[in-house]
Design a protein around this ligand. Structure first.
Ligand code: DX5
Ligand code: ZN
Length: 214
């Protein structure tokens, strides 16, 4: 299992150092949660902040946009150094245009589904994206409880991709830690985001290695 620590749980006053700490602890990707206070009831950071911390690691930057109009800002996040940009299928932007914009900038596009959104919402776009991110909590905050009832969506997406001969990465985000990762692994998830479980661990390296072993 690949592990992407969510910087949402880091000390924002030293984000660069926190990225170095996660890099040294063996993180596969860095997960950056962008919230606009409109799509979700919380505000975090935007492209300028991501740009300033980009130099602290060579690991892929997995930018999760919880914003209403990702099309408007896609260029900014590409310029900031995102390797993957995921945005919500529930957003207000034109989905096809947003995928094309991200792709045109040499960045991998992915779609995210909230807990109340069915897996089928991403089916029309599966041949145009590299990744589907299944939320296992309501987006907006770290430290919430894992929703195991989201896991059947993973099988639905994988079955549809297999049926159509599409290669797809499946990522899960929210409430993942030692107690829940086995279920996520059994469901066939490729990449798990982990905020609290990694940043609040006494030893981040051990915590990441444990999660990666599934
Ligand atoms: C929630 C974010 C997640 C979150 C994960 O809106 O997308 O990335 O920070 O944090 P934990 O692992 O603490 O649930
Ligand atoms: Zn996230």
């Amino acid at each position: 299992m690949k592990i992407a620590p969510s910087l949402l749980s880091c000390d924002f006053s030293k984000m660069g150092e926190e990225i170095v700490r996660m890099d040294n602890a063996g993180a596969d990707w860095m997960h950056l949660d962008v919230m606009d206070g409109h799509f979700v009831p919380n505000i975090t950071f935007g492209a300028p902040v991501i740009k300033t911390v980009r130099k602290y690691t060579d690991k892929p930057f997995d930018v999760h946009l919880m914003i209403s109009d990702p099309l408007k800002y896609a260029d900014d996040f590409a310029d900031a150094g995102a390797d993957i940009i995921t945005f919500h299928v529930e957003c207000d932007s034109d989905i096809d245009k947003t995928i094309n914009k991200i792709r045109s900038r040499g960045v991998k596009p992915g779609l995210v589904i909230k807990p109340n959104t069915p897996a089928s919402a991403v089916f029309p776009y599966l041949d145009k994206i590299d990744l589907v991110l299944v939320m296992t909590v309501e987006p907006g905050f770290g430290g919430q409880s894992f929703m195991a009832d989201m896991l059947p969506k993973v099988k639905e997406i994988k079955d549809e991709c297999n049926r159509r001969g599409i290669e797809m990465l499946i990522e899960a985000d929210g409430g993942i830690g030692e107690a829940t990762i086995e279920q996520a692994a059994n469901a066939g998830i490729d990449v798990c985001v982990a905020g609290t479980a990694v940043f609040k661990a006494e030893n981040a390296k051990e915590a990441i290695a444990k999660l990666q072993s599934y």
